[in-house]
Write a protein that binds this ligand. Structure first.
Ligand code: C5P
Length: 236
């Protein structure tokens, strides 16, 4: 399995002057945690990190510390996530048939989630990890801040990554997106706009996307909790 990690963003919503993926989280960087989970998923044999040149040095050091040099390629990203994934698709090895795409900012995804998404790709051409929403969602008029609609919650899912695709089909969808000027925030949306089915794989409530400072605090808590569970299971 080939994995692309979009990691070419900034730290704007985090209030940071550097890439949020390089911020510390329980003694390591955010992206180191993401890479550790991918490293522990046995089916992933190649990882493309999509980044910006000013972060290369830091990324290379993290990859070296994890002993991942043999598995990782660096690919220059673009101005948006969509543009970055497009660049990543160009950087895939020629023999890549399936690809998982996983945001570097989702540093708590488990190896099991990667494996379940990879297995599902054997039987479909497009999938995303997602979880049923817990909140009631409102559609709001941005000008008046007045609610326009309350969609039926039982049909609503919150999209996560990994998202997985047949490489040739996703390349086609990205090209259509560029040609027709679609602007999307995930790859599934390009598949959908092309009229192609995208399957849901049950995601994880803990698979949060580190976006604002409070997310780092929550992520630290979850990682500590996991470490405690592991220690207990090893020394019952
Ligand atoms: O900003 P946000 O957290 O929604 O970005 C999702 C993922 O896309 C992050 O891992 C970020 O590094 C990546 N990204 C990218 N290229 C961009 C913007 C974001 O690879 N130009």
């Amino acid at each position: 399995m080939h994995l692309l990690i979009p990691a070419a963003g900034s730290g704007r919503r985090m209030g940071s002057s550097r890439n949020k993926l390089l911020l510390p989280l329980l003694g390591q960087s955010v992206i180191a945690w993401t890479l550790r989970a991918a490293q522990a998923a046995a089916s992933i044999e190649w990882i493309g990190i999509i980044g910006q040149p000013h972060d290369w040095q830091d990324f290379k050091q993290i990859v070296a510390e994890l002993g991942l040099e043999g598995k990782v390629q660096f690919i220059q990203g673009g101005a948006t996530r969509q543009a970055s994934v497009y660049c990543g698709l160009q950087g895939l090895p020629a023999d890549a048939k399936h690809v998982l795409i996983h945001d570097g900012a989702r540093c708590l995804a488990t190896p099991d989630l990667f494996e379940r998404c990879g297995a599902m790709l054997e039987v479909c051409k497009g999938l995303i990890a997602a979880v049923p929403v817990k909140d009631t969602i409102k559609i709001v008029d941005p000008a008046t801040q007045i609610i326009e609609q309350t969609p039926d919650r039982s049909n609503l899912w919150a999209a996560q990554t990994p998202q997985g695709f047949d490489v040739e089909t996703l390349r086609h969808c990205h090209q259509e997106g560029r040609r027709l000027g679609w602007e999307v925030t995930d790859d599934a949306a390009l598949f959908e706009q092309c009229g192609l089915p995208v399957k849901i794989v049950m995601g994880e409530d803990t698979n949060l996307k580190v976006t604002t400072p409070v997310d780092l605090t929550i992520a630290e808590f979850i990682l500590k909790y996991r470490a405690e569970l592991l220690a207990e299971s090893q020394n019952p």
